[in-house]
Design a protein around this ligand. Structure first.
Ligand code: ES4
Ligand code: ZN
Length: 323
């Protein structure tokens, strides 16, 4: 089978809120009595013309208003897992943004219990194993992140790790040193977005100050050859999201994406979908797109799929079973 979609793969950079398709958004809006400032799904899709990360985030957080009940989160996650399974995903490490919900009055427990219901039956229903990573919003305060970690404590059996997302520039990883240390003490794994719009120094800080095991994006590390050398030497995985980089204009066109040079440099890169409802494709579509636009051949597609399991939080035995 030569279709990139069919390759068994793990998805390691996926925001569950970014899987909210316009049709589900309108269905939930109607159910929950939420007014959306768009006439319909077509008009909403037409608003997906982003100029940078911030212009995307403004629309993205706004649309989350439709997510209110545990059932809403279950439906959201179930729809993602069904689609992911059809695109060859066997394991998904899923981000969620608790503060984006608690700030709107949706309790932490509602979000986790709703997502958890879909995740609990995912292996049986979709053949996809799952883990949940809670992300702190880096454009909120370090105190708010710490409060969020405290709110997570009753649910730690459901959460494998912490991440850091939202507007990157002017919010360096070091701002969250204390909460990452506390998360580590609770036994949580650590990742962080870095080098998406922010400079290579933020990638270094994520490694040195936060002690992360994986870098989400890491695109701008390519501006710093010494950093690239270190990432190669230490086998630090980078979870790339090529379609996201094009839509948020970190890269002009997909044909200019540095994925091939990153692979050639010996970096442990993976390919992921980020916010697939907004960026034009799920992870199988993304594999297909890099094959078409960047000439990533069958052998390299298999390498990317292999990397996705190597970079995952699965242990090696589980890893072999997944493939
Ligand atoms: C995100 Cl593409 C991206 N970057 C940073 N934070 C995010 N949250 C959701 N998608
Ligand atoms: Zn992301």
């Amino acid at each position: 089978m030569h279709l990139p979609e069919a390759l068994p793969k793990a998805e390691l950079h996926l925001h569950i809120e970014g899987t909210l398709e316009p049709e589900l958004a309108f269905a939930l809006a109607a159910r929950n009595g939420v007014d959306l400032p768009y006439a319909g799904t077509e008009e909403l899709r037409e608003a997906y013309l982003f100029s940078d990360l911030q212009s995307f985030l403004d629309l993205y957080y706004g649309l989350m208003a439709v997510l209110r009940t545990a059932d809403d989160f279950t439906e959201l996650a179930d729809a993602y897992l069904a689609r992911a399974a059809r695109q060859g995903v066997r394991h998904a490490e899923i981000f969620f943004d608790p503060q984006a919900h608690t700030e709107r009055g949706v309790p932490f427990g509602t979000v986790v219990e709703g997502l958890g219901r879909a995740l609990d039956r995912s292996e049986e229903r979709h053949g996809v194993s799952t883990q949940l990573i809670m992300c702190f919003l880096r454009d909120r305060s370090a105190e708010s992140a710490m409060e969020t970690l405290r709110e997570a404590e009753p649910y730690l059996d459901r959460i494998v790790g912490v991440g850091l997302d939202s507007a990157e520039v002017d919010h360096p990883p070091s701002k969250f040193a204390e909460v990452y240390e506390a998360a580590g003490a609770l036994g949580l794994r650590k990742v962080a977005h870095a080098g998406e719009e922010g400079p290579p120094a933020y990638v270094r800080e994520a490694l040195d100050v936060l002690g992360v095991e994986r870098i989400d994006h890491g695109l701008r590390a390519m501006e710093d050859p010494e950093l690239v050398e270190r990432l190669v030497r230490e086998r630090v995985p980078l979870t790339l999201c090529p379609l996201s980089n094009v839509r948020l204009r970190a890269v002009g066109v997909l044909e200019d994406h540095p994925l091939p040079s990153m692979m050639a440099a010996g970096l442990l890169v993976t390919v992921n979908s980020d916010d697939p409802a907004y960026f034009g494709g799920y992870v199988g579509d993304t594999f297909h797109a890099v094959h078409e636009a960047l000439g990533i051949g069958q052998e390299q597609l298999r390498e990317l799929a292999r990397n996705s399991f190597l970079a995952s939080f699965l242990d090696h035995d589980e890893d072999r079973r997944a493939r």
